[in-house]
Design a protein around this ligand. Structure first.
Ligand SMILES: Nc1nc2c(c(=O)[nH]1)N[C@H]1C(S)=C(S)[C@@H](COP(=O)(O)OP(=O)(O)OC[C@H]3O[C@@H](n4cnc5c(=O)[nH]c(N)nc54)[C@H](O)[C@@H]3O)O[C@H]1N2
Ligand SMILES: Nc1nc2c(c(=O)[nH]1)N[C@H]1C(S)=C(S)[C@@H](COP(=O)(O)OP(=O)(O)OC[C@H]3O[C@@H](n4cnc5c(=O)[nH]c(N)nc54)[C@H](O)[C@@H]3O)O[C@H]1N2
Ligand code: SF4
Ligand SMILES: [Mo]
Length: 668
């Protein structure tokens, strides 16, 4: 028996340090690593029994070939050699007849590991396949931040320990970023006030000192209202602005006059008095800290909303104060030269790009030239997690589409595959991890042999490269060699020395941050650019989300469930037991419709319908309904919330707009 270290591989900002007890080639127990500087010895309930995922009886253990109809889930085992030969043969045929762009890879962050996440990029670039734009998460939030801050490093989470006023803005912290609570708790013990801004009273909102309930998609107006009050009452830090900020005068003159508290109250639903209090408390705080989540960015105006919120710390000089700042997504990924594995130089010039959010449309559009004839899915479950699910399923059901799915489980997507390939879990392959919520990096070595015949993403790409006749030496590197190269790359990729020896041992390594990183504004002007002359509009302003133009009585928020992570962990029956498709509805809306607790309802809109069990709760505002979690088909009555979500994209960044959706409710 031995205890080994690794990092949690999932798409979660925490990237926890994990201790794995290995006995006879099996993981028998996992625990949090007390020496991890950010996650400090705890895991979430999902990962507390990761060994149950790793050794689940539902794991895929051999390659499979489809024998039933698409979606039916009937397969027979085949050998790896047969599976790879069948794939290569079909791909060659398609390339000859339709051209390589008829092949589309589709992947996301089933694992966040630097190697396995990007393992397929080079292969598909070399083939000349269509390139996938991986925009399903929150590129709009990044675009909004960059509009003002360029490449400036977002504030480290531990900084919040020294804040006296922490805003948890559209982040479901107790579900999606639980280890940040540790830092918030430290500040709270010293007297800090914790504000949560959300569209319903999440557990995080109930835990905070104050909850500001905002109408979905209107946070940009809320930020403008706060800025209006700060300007009106002379609360801005003019000395800081003179030195570090560009465009405050223009914003004050041209935009802010239109955002008086009464108008903002009409747009956002936040009473004028409450808004005044919030703006004053923020501006008068010694060191305000904003942790900005992604919920507010999943609307048609998402990039602009993030841009407006990013103005707030700038005008009160939060960055010059110990404990002040803004954390959107941490820059930990810059610790490595990711191009070692991503190889953007191998992408063929002018090759077609396809936005992953549009998968349904792309697979069903008969006029697309060339049509997608082969789909290769890994580290993602689009039949469950992509928007406009009815279209996605219609596309996946096409008899003339050759689909390969590399997976750990027989997911909703794998059920539609022609060939299924079994994938390793993070304990069965090599990788190295960074986090988008904090600044610790960690190696994740292979700790146990592969379960069944499963192979890692990188190993499968090597086999496919070989079968497709790709001769580049690049594909011959082992995972260990890639890890070594990535460790060596910290030398030039990160601005300060990184302890490479410690990193090689799989101990968590905290990245040092440059002393004055909070005031080192990496923008063309060297200042925070409230006015950004390169953008149109050059000054930020509020505009409404898509849903303002849609029909439907209720706005549907479909946010994370603490029991699962996107559709990962659905395999764990002990976690998902019980009613999963629950819909929260305000009591006033319920009584107007005559709905009762426990009623079965169908939510409908132009894209589809989904069935829910009602939970009547004052935690949601009138005119909105809330359903948490992205559930596998087998746990739902008529499919999950993505039967209702739209593939429209955000204003900037081509991002997803999952919460920008209206529905009507009918009984039954
Ligand atoms: N347990 C668990 N953890 C997860 C995930 C999961 O599914 N389950 N998913 C992972 C992934 S991929 C990601 S990207 C992160 C996302 O984690 P977060 O950054 O927390 O973002 P969201 O989950 O989109 O939404 C956060 C909150 O925004 C609220 N919200 C929605 N619309 C608005 C709005 O207009 N204004 C405001 N102020 N709030 C709004 C939602 O109600 C929700 O409570 O979490 C990761 N961690
Ligand atoms: N309705 C609604 N839909 C949403 C969201 C929402 O809030 N509401 N959130 C969206 C967001 S933010 C995101 S990021 C997306 C994420 O959506 P997806 O990218 O589909 O993520 P998961 O559902 O976690 O699926 C990841 C799959 O990868 C597999 N996997 C894990 N490790 C490996 C590996 O090493 N190799 C291979 N080949 N497979 C592996 C897992 O078994 C799992 O089935 O979902 C989006 N969908
Ligand atoms: S899913 Fe997130 S909170 Fe849970 S162990 Fe992994 S990194 Fe930590
Ligand atoms: Mo995400």
């Amino acid at each position: 028996m031995e205890i080994r270290k690794t990092a949690c591989p999932y798409d979660c900002p925490d990237c926890c340090g994990v201790l794995v007890t290995v006995e006879n080639g099996r993981a028998v127990k996992v625990a949090g690593d007390p020496e991890h500087p950010f996650t400090r010895g705890t895991l979430c309930p999902k990962m507390a029994h990761y060994e149950r995922t790793v050794h689940s009886s539902r794991r895929l253990t051999t390659p499979l070939k489809r024998v039933g109809g698409k979606g039916e889930g009937k397969f027979v085992p085949v050998s790896w050699a047969e599976a790879i030969a069948m794939i290569a043969e079909r791909w060659q045929e398609i390339i000859k007849r339709e051209g390589a762009e008829a092949i589309l890879p589709y992947s996301y962050a089933g694992t966040m590991g630097t190697i396995q996440y990007s393992a397929g990029h080079a292969l598909f670039f070399a083939l000349g396949a269509s390139s996938l734009d991986r925009t399903i998460c929150a590129p709009a939030k990044g675009a909004g931040y960059r509009a003002l801050m360029g490449k400036t490093m977002p504030t480290a989470p531990q900084e919040a320990q020294h804040s006296d006023f922490i805003m948890l803005w559209s982040i479901s912290m107790l579900a999606t970023d639980i280890h940040f609570k540790h830092d918030v708790d430290i500040a709270r013990k010293k007297g800090a006030r914790i504000i949560c801004i959300d569209t319903y009273a999440t557990k995080t909102a109930q835990w905070a000192d104050e909850f500001i309930c905002v109408r979905p998609g209107t946070d940009g107006a809320l930020a403008l209202g706060m800025l209006h009050i700060i300007a009106r009452d002379g609360l801005a830090d003019e000395a800081f602005i003179d030195r570090y900020v560009q465009g405050w005068q223009e914003l004050k003159q041209e935009i802010l006059p239109r955002y008086a508290p009464t108008r903002v109250a009409e747009i956002t639903g936040v009473e004028a008095g409450k808004l005044e209090g919030l703006a004053h408390a923020f501006a008068n705080a010694r060191a305000p800290f904003i942790r900005l989540g992604s919920g507010q960015s999943r609307y048609g105006n998402g990039a602009m909303t993030s841009r407006l919120i990013t103005c707030l710390p700038a005008v009160v000089g939060a960055y010059k104060k110990k404990g002040g700042g803004l954390l959107t997504s941490a820059s930990g990924s810059h610790a490595f030269d990711k191009d070692i594995i991503r190889r953007p130089d191998m992408e063929k010039k002018g090759v077609r790009h396809i936005n992953m959010i549009k998968l349904g449309e792309v697979l069903t559009d008969k006029s697309l030239q060339p049509r997608v004839k082969a789909l290769y899915v890994y580290s993602s479950n689009p039949a469950c997690t992509a928007p406009d699910q009815n279209k996605v399923l219609e596309g996946l059901a096409r008899e003339d589409l050759f689909t390969v799915v590399h997976e750990r489980f027989l997911t909703d997507t794998a059920r539609y595959a022609d060939i299924v390939l079994p994938a390793t879990t993070s304990l069965e392959h090599e990788d190295i991890y960074y986090s988008y919520g904090q600044y610790v990096i960690q190696r994740g070595p292979k700790l146990i042999p592969p379960v069944g015949e499963s192979k890692s993403n990188w190993q499968v790409m090597q086999l496919l490269a070989e079968a497709m006749g790709l001769k580049e030496d690049f594909f011959r590197q082992s995972e260990e060699e890639l890890v070594e190269r990535l460790i060596a790359s910290t030398e030039t990729a990160w601005p300060l020395p990184v302890d490479k020896e410690r990193l090689a041992t799989a101990e968590p390594v905290a990245l040092d941050l440059p002393e004055s990183y909070k005031l080192d504004f990496k923008t063309p002007s060297g200042k925070i650019e409230i006015l950004n002359p390169k953008l149109s509009p050059a000054l930020p302003d509020f505009f409404p989300p898509h849903l303002s133009e849609d029909e439907g009585e209720f706005i549907l928020i479909n946010s994370p469930d603490p029991r699962i992570l996107d559709s990962s962990f659905n395999e764990r029956e002990e976690l998902v037991r019980g009613n999963v498709m629950t819909l929260l509805l305000n009591p006033a809306d319920a009584s107007r419709h005559g709905f009762r607790e426990g009623d079965r309802v169908t939510a409908k809109n132009r894209l589809g319908e989904a069935g829910f069990t009602l939970k009547i709760s004052p935690s949601v505002q009138e005119g909105t309904v809330v359903s948490e979690g992205v559930w596998w088909q087998e746990y739902t009555q008529k499919g999950n919330t993505n039967r209702l979500t739209s593939a429209r994209t955000t204003d900037v960044g081509e991002g997803s707009t999952f919460y920008d959706v209206r529905v009507d409710l009918i009984s039954g």
